[in-house]
Design a protein around this ligand. Structure first.
Ligand code: ADP
Ligand code: ASP
Ligand code: MG
Length: 467
């Protein structure tokens, strides 16, 4: 039996966490035989690397030196705590130091050029995972488990879309099998970097922030794993973000579709693309808590039992703006929507939610707030003739909005859900600016003023806990 287990940043974030993680690897190895470990960078490290890279591009060299000092402190502390008198300690310290030196050289290059390309950013942020897997593998070896750190640049092949690369599954399956199967056959546990990959020419890429979950799923598919487990710092997928609503509860079962919607609409517990590889081959996914391992967590598989009429979870995405394209001359004119979204796509901005009034006098959609100017510029360009003729009256954006999304396959065909939602929001004085419901009826999304996000989540969460 083959199990891929991914450990997030907090699960490798300190000496104590690494000890727990190693204990879990050893425990489940006894039950599953073949365990492939995927690990994130220590918590906070990717943020640190990203900030230093950005600062270097802006001509600030101090942030990079401070980051390098902090990286050494963080990683050496773990070596000190876990391996101080062990023969692994010195070679490991030297190896970690080489990664930090390489990072500092890249910062210097960026500082001189005054430019940070996505490709350079990927090379720089890849250092976090390269270091953490070496720590974890060395600690596993020191406690008697044969383990080897593996850079996923040797396993996962992607296109060259740096910072959000797309995997090529056939090439990845070939390389992963070739590299990892011999290790598994000889009883060695591979400890693979999450988040990072490489193009066919070997240039380092990344799968986007939070991408280690995706790495685990990609390897799960490539190696025909029986299950993929994501270990994090909460008891699975919860009814809402526990940092925002403290009485959030863990959800026992979810379908692939429900969890995909949750992740897409802001539940950061899972990278939105994670389920794509596992759903294709039907590999069950489990989310568990490293710090409470006996809790069953959340199991995600094809069809979860649909408790009729139930909303299962609510999530939010903040820092958005709502763009409106309005005009009486748009009514019944074919192609307006295609041109609108074509123009937005050309400005490289992704649209999160769309809503159109039936009279066709307006189309509105949400985009990340920091992309508003590009999107509006591109739309004004596209519709310059219509604006001059007044067929399109206005292209404008409402800043500071959020999308609040409720998810639950059981809502399908259950009348009255929308009414209960709007009632609960109305009671808290939350104004709904726009609404969209997927045809699957698995989700309803509402655009609200960003300041109302907390009240909206609490109001809807109240419906979940009362049901
Ligand atoms: P990791 O480093 O393990 O990948 P993340 O920080 O990426 O951890 O994701 C886990 C965090 O996601 C939790 O600590 C929690 O605060 C947040 N979160 C947001 N929404 C949800 C949700 N619906 N269920 C569970 N966790 C959520
Ligand atoms: N370390 C990466 C990040 O912080 C990937 C991950 O944690 O999943 O985004
Ligand atoms: Mg994560």
């Amino acid at each position: 039996m083959k199990l891929v287990m991914k450990f997030g940043g907090t699960s490798v974030g300190s000496a104590e966490a690494i000890q727990r993680t190693a204990g879990l690897v050893q425990r489940f190895q006894r039950e599953w035989t073949d365990v492939i470990v995927v690990a994130s960078a220590m918590s906070g490290v990717t943020d640190l690397l990203t900030r230093a890279a950005d600062a270097s591009a802006a001509g600030d060299s101090r942030t990079c030196s401070e980051a390098a000092r902090e990286l050494r402190r963080k990683h050496y502390q773990v070596i000190d705590d876990l391996l101080s008198a062990h023969e692994e300690a010195l070679p490991l310290t030297n190896e970690i130091d080489r990664f930090i030196e390489r990072f500092e050289s890249l910062c210097k290059a960026v500082l001189i050029l005054g430019e940070l390309t996505p490709r350079a950013m990927d090379a720089m942020t890849s250092m976090g995972e390269r270091m953490s897997v070496r720590l974890l593998a060395a600690y596993l070896r020191s406690t008697g488990t044969a383990a080897q750190a593996v850079d996923a640049t040797d396993l996962i092949v992607t296109d060259g879309n740096f910072q959000s690369a797309t995997p090529m599954l056939d090439l990845t399956a070939g390389k992963s099998t070739e590299c990892l199967e011999p290790m598994l056959m000889t009883g060695v546990t591979p400890v693979v970097t999450g988040f990072i990959a490489a193009t066919a020419d070997g240039i380092t890429t990344t799968l986007g922030r939070g991408g280690s979950d995706y790495s685990a799923a990609i390897l799960g598919q490539a190696l025909h794993a029986d299950e993929v487990w994501i270990w994090t710092d909460v008891d699975g997928v919860m009814t809402t973000d526990p940092r925002l609503v403290p009485d959030a509860r863990s959800i026992k079962r979810l379908s692939y579709r429900e969890v995909a919607e949750l992740a897409y609409y802001g539940a950061r517990v899972l990278h939105p693309l994670t389920i794509r590889p596992v759903v294709e081959v039907g590999i069950p996914l489990r989310i568990k808590n490293t710090f409470n391992p006996d809790h069953p967590g959340t199991r995600i598989a094809k069809e979860a039992k649909e408790n009729n009429g139930k909303i299962k979870a609510v999530t939010a995405i903040r820092d958005l703006s709502l763009v409106n394209v309005e005009g009486k001359g748009m009514m019944g004119v074919p192609g307006i929507a295609a041109r609108t979204f074509g123009a937005v796509a050309r400005s490289q901005v992704s649209v999160l939610l769309i809503s159109q009034a039936s009279s066709e006098q307006s189309i509105c959609f949400t985009i990340p707030e920091n992309c508003t100017d590009e999107a509006i510029g591109s739309l004004e360009n596209e519709f310059s003739a219509e604006l001059a003729r007044r067929d399109v009256d206005r292209i404008w954006a409402q800043p500071a909005v959020a999308i609040v999304t409720v998810v639950g396959a059981g809502m399908r065909g259950t009348p009255g859900i929308a009414g209960r939602l709007f009632g609960a929001l109305g009671e808290k004085g939350v104004n709904i600016i726009a609404i969209a419901q997927g045809s699957s009826e698995c989700i309803i999304s509402m655009v609200v003023d960003d300041r109302d996000t907390g009240s909206a989540l609490a109001a809807i969460h109240g419906l979940i806990t009362r049901s």
